[in-house]
Design a protein around this ligand. Structure first.
Ligand SMILES: NC(=O)c1ccc[n+]([C@@H]2O[C@H](COP(=O)([O-])OP(=O)(O)OC[C@H]3O[C@@H](n4cnc5c(N)ncnc54)[C@H](O)[C@@H]3O)[C@@H](O)[C@H]2O)c1
Length: 342
């Protein structure tokens, strides 16, 4: 037995983009953190970045959350208080071509985690959900009560895990569950030591914009400029990853006082179009980001904006960072790591 004297927060997927920023936030707030990650979409270098920022590092265990024996050992050897569950796959396009893989990785692995938590009497969890759980054509902005109805397998796996957690909360009032529905996380820690480093072709706009600005891509493809929006391009709600990370800490604190299951949107409530984001990025990076309008991407909804009032009222969470900060911090990370962590 070791480390049973201190309690730990178990962060699954803690070496990834949002996980590593949240680990910094948690450690800076004085928590002991244990990261479990299989590095399928991340590298140890992010934890090295965390160490440089915080002056100490979390316990790092390489492994899969679907490995029940490993999970049981982790819970036996460490006093785990709560789990922050980031681990999973996140590409909408891949989920369409490989739905089974997404159900196995996102739902099957989560079942294993929840089962081991229950066995070990640990029932406090924050789950990384997504705005994709809402009906794509739903009325804007989305509140937590807006109809769900994901338009792709990725969103369906997120909703499925939400529903499993809901069932656990109904069955046992001792569960304390925070479901965070992220909108579009961007930006990086201002140190430039950690940031987003997708291993495959990026799924989302900001990494593509910044990779084009740094010269890794010749031009940025804009998927459609004939949507029913003011400039014809899709509108999203971008949120700085540090604001997002702080939301996790506040949600954990809230659960101390309010057991049960709670849902919060984490977005700014402001819509930014693709063209607006590209214009802001051109100004910040001082580069000419060449764009080319191509066909719409199937499944993209014209607008997705959060109504973040519930998080503001209940968690006292207020996004602090502007679009300028988001672009500047993402660019700072990209400039320091033109090829990611390699
Ligand atoms: N980034 C976004 O735009 C966004 C938006 C909404 C929701 N989310 C969700 O937030 C979470 C974190 O997203 P991210 O952007 O940091 O992604 P990421 O890919 O950077 O991080 C996920 C981490 O989980 C690890 N991982 C994956 N499967 C694992 C497994 N079976 N066992 C152990 N580790 C595993 C990966 O190696 C990676 O480090 C994901 O669940 C994602 O679906 C992300």
């Amino acid at each position: 037995m070791r480390n049973r004297n201190h309690s730990y927060l178990l962060v699954t997927g803690g070496a990834g983009y949002i996980g590593s920023h949240t680990v910094v936030e948690l450690m800076e707030a004085g928590h002991n953190v244990l990261v479990l990650d299989n590095f399928s979409n991340s590298s140890r270098a992010s934890i090295e970045g965390v160490r440089k920022i915080c002056g100490k590092e979390p316990i790092l265990i390489e492994g899969n959350i679907a490995d029940e024996e490993l999970l049981q050992n982790i819970f036996k050897e460490h006093r785990i208080d709560s789990v922050l569950h980031f681990a999973g796959l996140k590409s909408v396009a891949d989920s369409v071509s490989q739905p089974l893989k997404y159900y196995i990785e996102n739902v099957g692995s989560s079942l294993c985690l929840f089962d081991v938590m229950e066995c070990n009497n640990v029932r406090k969890i924050i789950f990384s959900s997504s705005a994709t759980v809402y009906e794509p054509a739903g009325e804007q902005p989305y509140s937590e009560l807006s109809p769900t109805g994901p338009g792709n397998p990725y969103g369906k796996t997120k909703l499925c895990v939400e529903q499993i957690l809901h069932g656990l909360a109904v069955a046992n009032p001792n569960w304390e569950i925070g479901i965070l529905r992220y909108f579009n996380p961007v930006g990086a820690h201002p140190s430039g030591l950690i940031g987003e480093d997708p291993k495959q072709y990026p799924n989302n706009l900001m990494p593509l914009v910044m990779q084009t600005a740094i010269g890794r891509r010749k031009k940025l493809e804009i998927y459609g400029d004939d949507y029913d929006t003011p400039d014809g391009t899709c509108i999203r709600d971008y949120i700085h990853v540090l604001d997002l990370a702080r939301g996790h800490l506040l949600a954990l604190e809230y659960l101390e006082r309010h057991p049960g299951i709670h849902y919060w949107n984490l977005g700014t409530g402001k819509g930014i179009s693709v063209k607006e984001l590209v214009e802001q990025a051109k100004e910040i990076t001082g580069t000419e980001i060449e764009t080319q309008v191509v066909a719409r991407r199937p499944g993209d909804s014209p607008i997705a904006i959060a109504d973040p009032r519930k998080a503001k009222e209940e968690l006292l969470w207020h996004p602090e960072y502007s679009l300028v900060n988001m672009c500047a911090d993402h660019w700072n990370w990209q400039r320091h790591h033109p090829d990611g962590y390699q």
